[in-house]
Ligand binder design. Structure first.
Ligand code: HEM
Length: 424
């Protein structure tokens, strides 16, 4: 180092030590806190609260027609509204008090959220290609759902998976082809209830969940269980999976504060990350075992002649012969998602239908009348009768409207760009 350079260094060091005096550092930190506090309070004063205010302030040069909504608390916004099992009712009363008739804005920590119960606005949102993604959830990522259909980012991978499942799971042909399997499970449910006798109490939910899981296991994994046989080893597998699904449903449905307040994430206060890591290991083991069995069956059938596709595992494994080769983890994630989504939603919906018709005997009688008229008193109901059972269909739709069987916000959509909804 030359002499002039050394002198410059000495000069800067002396200046810095003057600037970095304890008083100056304290003043600097206090000013920073003051600016941060003022900005937080200013952003909090906007309708919809802190996250919305921050957005409006950062984009002050645009002219917005602000969306009405509650301010909530500074920093956390309206997290308190959502951490209740009756969050939908709380949202409704807040919408009333803030005069948010068609659409309401609110802040969940750092996340800007809107909610509507107006059918036209809902249609506008759901039909818009802008709302093609889902918000990032720590639990969904930890449980590998970002590699499955529901949480995969919008793009070729997601479109391909939707196409594959539309053809092989949800198509009319596939639904007709699996009718016998559903009929068998329905018969098993009836015989389980009958075997319990009139005087025994039982939880209808347990039977519905096992039946629904059985149905998904046939469809996805090609596995069949007998609901009426409790000692069967296969049924232990069903119970094991039932627990995994239940735990997954709880984790995905829980409001995770870390999703909206990222600086809380490393603390994992709700233990969601820890529980997800444990669960995902068990799911990996369970599903990998079934995939391996399918691979073995496929390779042995290659020796004896071509094998027909039986279930969704076969379909996904067959993709390796096309351009859409999936990794083992992708395959596990997709299969697990199908089981996970298809099981509880159906069981919960049927439970609500039963609860509603028990409470409304007049409606139950009308349903019986329709069944007697369309199907006959002694005949079992067939799926081909459904188009003629218009009253039954209306009841199911009304229950779906009153009790949508999924955790609130777990079907939320994420806008991939800024957009205008209902003039805002
Ligand atoms: C009562 C029954 C069911 C109800 C009420 C229900 C409801 C829903 C809803 C509201 C969505 C979000 C749609 C959206 O954001 O556009 C969804 C997505 C999904 N459901 Fe279901 N579902 C049911 C049964 C099933 C079954 C049986 C399966 C599987 C066999 C399934 C698999 C899926 C999948 C994979 C997605 C993600 C689709 C995507 O994001 O593109 N669901 N479901």
């Amino acid at each position: 180092m030359s002499t002039s350079e050394s002198l410059w260094l000495l000069y800067f060091t002396s200046k810095c030590s003057a600037i970095l005096s304890p008083e100056n550092i304290t003043f600097f930190l206090l000013s920073l806190c003051f600016v941060w506090l003022s900005f937080s309070l200013l952003s909090w004063s906007y309708p919809g609260g802190h996250a919305w205010g921050k957005y409006y302030l950062n984009n002050w040069n645009y002219h917005y027609n602000t969306i009405p909504g509650p301010r909530g608390f500074p920093i956390i916004g309206n997290m308190n509204l959502m951490s209740s099992s009756l969050a939908h009712q709380r949202l409704e009363s807040v919408a009333d008090s803030t005069k948010a008739k068609r659409i309401m804005a609110f802040s969940l920590g750092e996340t800007r959220a809107i909610v509507t119960c107006n059918p036209d606005v809902a249609k506008e949102i759901l039909n818009s290609s802008v709302f093609a993604d889902r918000p990032i959830k720590q639990s969904a990522y930890s449980l590998m759902f970002n590699q499955a259909i529901g949480f995969a980012p919008f793009g070729l991978y997601w479109r391909t998976l939707r196409k594959v499942s539309a053809t092989h799971v949800f198509s009319r042909k596939q639904i007709v082809a699996t009718e016998a399997q559903r009929q068998k499970i329905a018969d098993q449910m009836v015989s389980v209830v009958a075997s319990l006798g009139k005087d025994n109490e039982f939880e209808v939910r347990d039977i519905l969940k096992r039946a629904s899981l059985n149905n998904m296991m046939c469809l996805v994994f090609g596995r069949e269980y007998d609901l009426s046989d409790n000692n069967n080893n296969n049924n232990k597998e069903l119970d094991e999976l039932s627990e995994l699904v239940h735990e997954g449903y709880e984790l995905l449905g829980q409001l995770n504060w870390a999703d909206h307040l990222p600086w809380l994430a490393f603390l994992d206060l709700q233990k969601i990350r820890r529980r997800c890591s444990k669960l995902v290991l068990k799911v990996n083991q369970f599903v990998s075992r079934i995939i391996t069995e399918h691979r073995v069956a496929q390779s042995s059938s290659n020796l004896t002649g071509p094998r027909k596709f039986h279930d969704f595992v076969d379909v996904l494994l067959s993709l390796s012969e096309t351009n859409y080769k999936l990794s083992d983890l992708d395959t596990i994630a997709i299969l697990w998602e199908m089981i996970f989504r298809g099981t509880d939603a159906i069981a919960i919906l049927i439970e609500w239908i039963l609860a509603r018709v028990v409470l409304h005997q007049d409606i139950q009688s009308k349903m019986h009348e329709e069944l007697d008229e369309v199907v006959g008193k002694k005949q079992p109901v067939k799926e081909s009768d459904i188009p003629s059972l218009t009253y039954l269909q209306a009841v199911i739709k009304e229950v779906l409207r009153l009790h949508p069987p999924g955790p609130l916000l777990s079907w939320a959509r994420l806008a991939i760009t800024d957009t205008i909804i209902d003039g805002h």
